[in-house]
Design a binder for this molecule. Structure first.
Ligand code: ZN
Length: 268
């Protein structure tokens, strides 16, 4: 099962802007969290963007089609003239087909998990990411950036929106939410998205035994987040180990020089 995650807007296109918050930033936060969840649940995931870059809507649909995604999730935040407008709605090309059912499940999951008003499924046939994608596709208008309370949820709890969207996908597919209490003992068991971070920790000797990492899903996720924000401070090799390595190097150099000297003496 291949899922395409499309973080709305990006780069020169900031999307809606309200209360000092750009839509392109909240959509990316939600999507990065959503990516982790879906990969941890065993899905194959690709994304339109993982950084602040611009992609046209035509390119977004084409990339997902070329990759032959099974589902397409576009994540946005809503905006309205009135600051009173609030809640979640999910846009879909149809109401009764696969896209409509997926949209309904995601709208219900967001509404119930975040306690937001459910504005339901809105049929939109004019949107390129919905009318040019060849797989069930939805555009999630998570909440209103123009409403102070909604904006607080969007900026403060992006991972809650990600969890709710993932729950909507699981519901649509009839899947159980994966066991998050699982523990990982070796690098091979670690989800692919977290392996580079754990490799770093292993290389720096943070774990005594690389066959008994004893990491929970939450610990792995925390390490990855710290690494992603550049605040993962791993202790350097201990001073003793460094001194030992330097001594061994010096010893080897001495032996080599001594052998060369002896060879020279014999030759004379
Ligand atoms: Zn948008």
């Amino acid at each position: 099962m291949k899922i395409w995650i499309d973080a709305g807007h990006g780069g020169t296109d900031s999307g809606a802007f309200s209360g000092g918050v750009a839509e392109k930033d909240v959509t990316l936060s939600i999507c990065l969290s959503l990516e982790e969840r879906l990969i941890a649940a065993g899905f194959t995931v690709e994304m339109t963007r993982r950084t602040d870059v611009y992609e046209s809507v035509l390119a977004r649909a084409a990339m997902a089609n070329d990759w032959q995604a099974d589902l397409f999730l576009s994540v946005h935040a809503n905006a309205a003239q009135s600051a009173e407008a609030t809640g979640t709605e999910v846009l879909s090309y149809d109401e009764d087909g696969a896209s409509g059912r997926l949209a309904l499940d995601i709208a219900q999951a967001i509404s119930s998990q975040l306690g937001l008003r459910n504005r339901g499924v809105k049929v939109r046939r004019d949107l390129v990411v919905l009318n040019s994608t060849r797989m069930p596709a939805v555009l999630v208008e998570t909440a209103f950036l123009t409403n102070a309370a909604d904006r607080g949820y969007l900026t403060g709890q992006p991972e809650a929106f990600a969890a709710a969207i993932a729950a909507g996908v699981f519901q649509y597919l009839g899947w159980e939410e994966p066991e998050m209490e699982k523990r990982y003992e070796t690098l091979a068991q670690i989800p692919a998205w977290a392996q580079p971070t754990v490799e770093k920790l292993l290389a720096r000797g943070v774990f005594a035994d690389d066959t008994q990492l004893d990491l929970s899903f939450d610990m792995v996720r925390m390490f990855v987040l710290l690494d992603r924000y550049g605040v993962l401070q791993v202790p350097p090799l201990s001073a003793t180990a460094q001194a030992k390595a330097a001594m061994e190097e010096a010893q080897a150099a001495y032996e080599k020089a001594k052998a060369a000297w002896e060879e020279l003496q014999e030759a004379q």
